[in-house]
Design a protein around this ligand. Structure first.
Ligand SMILES: *Cc1c(COP(=O)(O)O)cnc(C)c1O
Length: 400
């Protein structure tokens, strides 16, 4: 649960600054706010941390996906490739902008497989969304290479590997655009919140305008007199989120360092289990270590091991049966059940493609997810708890 484990006086101090001025909105009230701009400060601090040109705070990671897709002009008639192992928000955001999500297969890193992308490209494909699932990077260099070759945009969904990197470069800085999530489960949290990242001034401006009703945020005029060039919506981050985010960001490197220590110790204990394999990390040094993924030779053994571990108080996640993270389990997506009775955008006449959500299209995902388990790695783990966990794993291994 990462950042949420560490809420303390640092967050309280940042929030108090806003309560003292009473200005909860990020824009306007220049006199009353007495120089306090928490969201702006948070954006600047994140840009410095990542070494990226532009950052925009928004209400959630899901909103960030919608804002980024909109900024890139992905919309009706377009297809977007996203991995079959993913949180459902990515698919929802694609549908929100009127485009159609296409299920991509995963490789042994359990992230989008660059070698599978070409088989999913159609004349409608406009964008690909690699998702750095469960703390670790997709082969983003290869994915960008394939995307470039076919003139596709790349949106990195880095909701789950905040602070992680790939071959020395921070995740979220490599695609045309990227997003972060700060919901309560994520590596660092603002309760709810998200961020849009890009090095493109043009894409940043479109994001900035869209997320606040089209406002161009001209610094020389009052809010009521600002210009606009297209219609937008409201995905503004508020000052409470910015304040908590500032305190959490200062803890991010500590969070990752502690998780790495805890993960190494647990991985060591699991290493003794017969037949065990670990999730392939193409850059282990960049792993944010929020999760430990491991696999056993087959589905039956995997499920038995999960039960044995559970009996000894060690929880694991079997994502293949999970209803929120594995596309073949999304019966409402497969039924094209969007929230409008007309099933838009699937029924949009501008869409000339013919998407199919069939497991036959993702053979490797079906195989590897059927024998993979994940453990959540805490930031704080007492020596006693660690010893108990290691002992429980050893016991379960003996009974396997
Ligand atoms: C959490 C998550 C999101 C959405 O973020 P919210 O802030 O919860 O809206 C998007 N993509 C992935 C991969 C996620 O895990």
């Amino acid at each position: 649960m990462a950042g949420s484990e560490l809420i303390g006086k640092e967050e309280a101090k940042e929030v108090m600054d806003i309560l003292e001025t009473g200005i909860f909105m990020r824009y306007g009230f220049d006199e009353e706010r007495k120089g306090v701009f928490k969201v702006k400060e948070f954006e600047k601090a994140f840009a410095d941390y990542l070494g990226i040109g532009y950052t925009l705070g928004v209400t959630s990671g899901s909103a960030a996906l919608k804002v980024a897709l909109t900024a890139m002009d992905v919309g009706p008639g377009d297809e977007v490739i996203a991995p079959a192992f993913d949180f459902i928000a990515t698919y929802e955001a694609i549908l929100e902008v009127g485009a159609i999500p296409v299920m991509g297969d995963i490789d042994d890193s359990l992230n989008l497989d660059p070698d599978d992308i070409e088989s999913k490209i159609t004349p409608a494909t406009k964008c690909v969304i690699p998702v750095h699932m469960c703390g670790a990077a997709a082969r983003i260099d290869k994915i960008i290479e394939v995307a470039k070759k076919h003139n596709l945009l790349v949106l990195e969904d880095n909701a789950q590997a905040c602070g992680g990197s790939y071959k020395g470069k921070k995740l979220g800085t490599l695609g045309d655009m990227a997003i972060l999530s700060f919901d309560y489960y994520k590596t660092m949290t603002t309760g709810e919140g998200g961020m849009v990242l890009t090095n493109s001034k043009g894409l940043y401006e479109r994001s900035d305008w869209y997320h606040d009703h089209g406002h161009d945020h001209n610094p020389n005029v009052g809010r009521g007199d600002e210009g606009r060039s297209f219609l937008g919506f409201n995905f503004r981050m508020n000052e409470f989120q910015g304040a908590v985010g500032l305190a959490q960001l200062r803890k991010l490197d500590y969070i990752i360092a502690e998780q790495r220590k805890n993960k190494a110790a647990i991985k060591d204990a699991l290493g003794a289990v017969e037949g065990i394999g670990f999730r392939k990390l193409f850059d282990p040094d960049g792993d944010s270590a929020t999760f430990l993924g491991f696999n056993l030779p087959d589905e039956k053994t995997t499920k038995r091991f999960q039960k044995l571990l559970a009996g000894k108080g060690v929880g694991t996640i079997y994502y293949r049966d999970n209803t929120w993270h594995y596309a073949p389990r999304w019966e409402h997506l497969i039924a094209r059940a969007t929230a409008n009775s007309k099933k838009f955008p699937f029924t949009n006449p501008m869409y000339k493609g013919k998407v199919e959500y069939r497991v036959e299209n993702i053979p490797h995902a079906e195989e590897i997810m059927s024998r993979t388990l994940f453990m959540i790695i805490p930031v704080r783990m007492s020596e006693e708890k660690m010893n108990e966990t290691v002992a429980a794993i050893r016991e379960a291994a003996k009974e396997l």
